[in-house]
Structures are given as C-alpha cells and as structure tokens.
Design a protein around this ligand. Structure first.
Ligand code: COA
Length: 151
C-alpha cells in the first residue's frame, strides 16, 4: 500500500465533502473552515482509489492539519498514519518547524491516533464547539473543547 496525496482545485472539493464531513460538521462549519482556515485540500488515493482527504493550513507557523479523514470502511488499515507521514515530509519540504492538529475532547480514538503518530498534547481551546446546536456525546463524553496536539 502506497498512498498519494494530490492537491485539488476548488471545483474538485465538493467531491470530497462526504469524507471531510467525517472530520468537520455540520456542512456550515466545514464550508467556514474551507474558506477561513485551510489553504490546501488534498485528495488521497491508494492504487487510484479515493481513500481519504485532508486539508492543511501551510501559511501559518506552526502549520495545521485542519481536517483529516479516511473512508469509514478503511479505518485501522494504516491510511491515516501514512497521510500524516506524507504531510510531515511536505512540511519539512516547506521548511515548517511544527505541525498542530485539534481534535474533540471526546474523540478518544483520534487522540490515540495522533499520539501514536508522534503528536504531543499542547493546549485546549475551551468551548470551541459552541456552534453545535445539539449536544454531541462520544464515548460517553460531551463534546465541548478541542484538544490541540503538536508534532
Ligand atoms: C482519525 C482517522 C483519520 C484515523 O485514520 P486510520 O486510517 O483509521 O488510522 P491508522 O489505521 O493509520 O491508525 C494508526 C494507529 O492509530 C491508532 N488509532 C487509530 N484510530 C483509532 C481508534 N479509533 N481508537 C484507538 N486507536 C486508534 C491505533 O494505534 C492505530 O494503529 P493500529 O490500528 O495498528 O492499532 C480516522 O479514524 C477518521 O477518518 N476518522 C473520522 C474523521 C476524524 O475524526 N478525523 C480526525 C479529526 S481532524
């Protein structure tokens, strides 16, 4: 398995919405994020098949993984880890010293994922999810804050 990340143009982003919504929802929040936070959108393929998508803000230091998602039926097959590896290589190529990512305080699996990829806990953005209209419970925990991890 050897994945490829291809930067997509604006007119190709819609096709990645179902994937990106796994990482950021509702759609209004995803659109806001695409307009205001990320500057680069990647389509991730394995042997020509779409397997994931990720968005980055390279323009900041530290740079930031804004969204990252792998197709649900392909989880735990190493794709996410490979995407991180590719982003690290690209970050070094761009001269980036550090990379951050934020994930929900209740997304325990994501926290394990990023920590197993070498990220370390950095800080918490409290009440980040104020814009969610309905309470979201994951792993029995109310989603409220963003845990920010740094590589
Ligand atoms: C987070 C995500 C990108 C991980 O992708 P993935 O391809 O499943 O990750 P990998 O297979 O590379 O996992 C590498 C390691 O991370 C850890 N890990 C990944 N997902 C995990 C989970 N749900 N629970 C516990 N550990 C997990 C494991 O240690 C795993 O190694 P192992 O499978 O050999 O035990 C994927 O779960 C996803 O797309 N989630 C939905 C969108 C999302 O929430 N994105 C993150 C917010 S930006």
């Amino acid at each position: 398995m050897s994945i490829s990340l291809r930067q997509v143009e604006a007119d190709e982003v819609n096709a990645l919405f179902p994937l990106l919504l796994l990482a950021e929802h509702p759609m209004s929040a995803l659109r806001w994020s695409l307009n205001k936070l990320s500057d680069t959108v990647y389509r991730v393929e394995d042997a020509g098949q779409l397997v994931g998508a990720t968005t980055m803000r390279w323009s900041s230091e530290p740079c930031e993984i804004v969204e990252l998602a792998v197709e649900e039926h392909r989880h735990r097959k190493g794709f996410g880890g490979q995407i991180i590896d590719n982003l690290r290589v690209e970050g070094r190529r761009r001269g980036k010293q550090r990379m951050v990512v934020g994930t929900g305080n209740s997304s325990i699996g994501n926290i394990v994922f990023y920590k197993s990829g070498g990220f370390r806990m950095d800080h918490v953005r409290r009440d980040h999810f104020w814009y969610h209209h309905k309470p979201e419970i994951e792993n029995g925990i109310l989603l409220r804050d963003i845990a920010c991890l740094q590589l």
